[in-house]
Design a protein around this ligand. Sequence first.
Ligand SMILES: [Zn+2]
Length: 126
Amino acid sequence: MAEIAEENAAGAAIEARDVDDADIRDTDIEFSCPHCGNSMVIDYRGAGLQVACSQCGETVLVPIPEGMELNDLDLDPGEILKQLFATRRNFQKAELQIAALKARLVQLQETLGVMQEVVAEGIAGR
Ligand SMILES: [Zn+2]
C-alpha cells in the first residue's frame, strides 16, 4: 500500500523542465542553470528547492520569487512527502550511476594493464 502511494506521489513530483518544450504557466518560476546556462521553468512550489538541471544534471537552487511566502508552501505535508520521494528516487539513481561508473573504471584499468603488458613485451621482444 505504501508502494502505491509512493508511485502516485512521485508521478506528480516537482521537477525542472526545459523552457523549449514546456508550456509555461503564469505561476511557474523561470531560472537558469549556473553551471551550463540552461533555461528552465519549474512549478512555483519548487521555490527554494534544490533540483537537478534538466540539461547537465548539476544541482541547482531554484530562486524564490520576490514577495513569495515560503511558509505557505511548507504547510502541505502531501507536497513535502512528494518531494521526499522524488529526492530519494534521484539519490538512488545517482548511486546506481556511481556504481556503473566504478565498474567501468575497473574495466578500463584492466584494459590499461593489458595494454601496458603488451607494450612492455613489445619493447622487450625487440
Ligand atoms: Zn545545467
